[in-house]
Write a protein that binds this ligand. Structure first.
Ligand code: ZN
Length: 315
């Protein structure tokens, strides 16, 4: 019987590999995580860096380096060559949605257009949450709190960008968790209090009532409903990822994100940010941060809810 290279206990059927050594799942993940932490400070200084995280392919753990330039990849492979897997992937660039999209629905719920009424922006409502006994909507910081926002700015569903008008105003911006330049970011989110005379529901358009929250796991099948690309499916291919996102005024580095691969079509596009990502039980695992045509970067939901002192409305 072979033994785990980390804990030295017998492996049995719980056998995974990394860099030619064998581990239990959790021991292999722990080892990959430590390798990733050692490699990431080097990796995100590369011009071609897009993301670095942990992937699992045929029971083998790999550090998955997403890069927009294969030649620079060769440099890092010589430095960190233990289980390194290279994925060619375009940079993740923040852009406004391409065109307006009408998605108005009442009661207010997840999966539809939202925007700060003072700016030409639109994102997606993730869902309704409860903060200090008030109903709020949780969405992307870029939809609710674009540059030069002020707290108490009003928000509308649909966003004015999507054809909404003053009759569609549903509440006001109340709290933000926005990224800063540097590498300490974990989310780009904001919440808006919903006015008392506006109805809300703990559901997502075309998906239905949401379950609880759950941890994002490698290989998990997920779905979302967003303003731009509607209902789509994907699979989590990378966890504990450090990701570079190019904002109009410069790069932001995000830690502890997970990455969803496209299946039949793009999992998400511009305007889908803020959408909740759910597993097959309809438990919420994350909220969309940003996407390229290739991959979608998602922030795990539990730290986001914790940051706002929020819980999901589920009915
Ligand atoms: Zn072990």
């Amino acid at each position: 019987m072979s033994k785990c290279d980390l804990c030295e206990k017998e492996l049995g059927k719980n056998e995974y590999s990394l860099g030619g050594r064998n581990y239990h799942f959790s021991c292999g993940y722990e080892t990959a995580f430590a390798l990733k932490e050692a490699a990431v400070n080097y990796a995100f200084k590369m011009n071609s860096f897009v993301a670095l995280g942990i992937s699992l392919v045929n029971r083998e753990f790999l550090l998955n380096l997403f890069s927009n330039n294969f030649r620079e990849n060769e440099t890092i492979s010589a430095t960190f060559n233990v289980g390194l897997w290279r994925t060619n992937s375009p940079s993740i660039i923040i852009k406004p949605p391409e065109s307006p999209k009408f998605t108005k629905i009442r009661p207010v719920q997840g999966g539809v257009s939202i925007g700060n009424v003072n700016f030409p922006v639109a994102g997606t409502i993730g869902g309704v949450v409860i903060i200090e006994n008030e109903f709020c909507i949780l969405s992307s910081g870029r939809a609710l709190a674009p540059e030069n926002f002020e707290l108490r700015d009003e928000v509308s569903q649909d966003a004015f960008f999507d054809g909404g008008n003053e009759k569609d105003i549903i509440g006001f911006l109340s709290s933000t968790a926005l990224p800063v330049k540097g590498n300490s970011n974990t989310m780009d989110c904001a919440v808006a209090v919903v006015y008392e005379d506006v109805g809300v529901a703990g559901r997502i358009v075309r998906i239905g009532n949401i379950g609880n929250t759950a941890e994002p796991l490698l290989g998990m099948k997920v779905m979302k409903r967003g303003r731009t690309t509607d209902t789509t499916q994907g699979v989590i291919i990378c966890t504990d990822a450090t990701v570079s996102v190019i904002y109009p005024d410069g790069e932001r580095i995000f830690r502890d994100q997970f990455i969803v691969a496209r299946e039949k079509s793009n999992f998400a596009l511009q305007g889908d940010e803020g959408s909740f990502v759910l597993n097959e039980n309809k438990d919420v695992v994350g909220i969309i941060l940003a996407s390229s045509n290739d991959i979608t970067v998602v922030s795990p939901i539990e730290p986001v809810l914790e940051r706002f002192g929020a819980r999901l409305l589920r009915v």
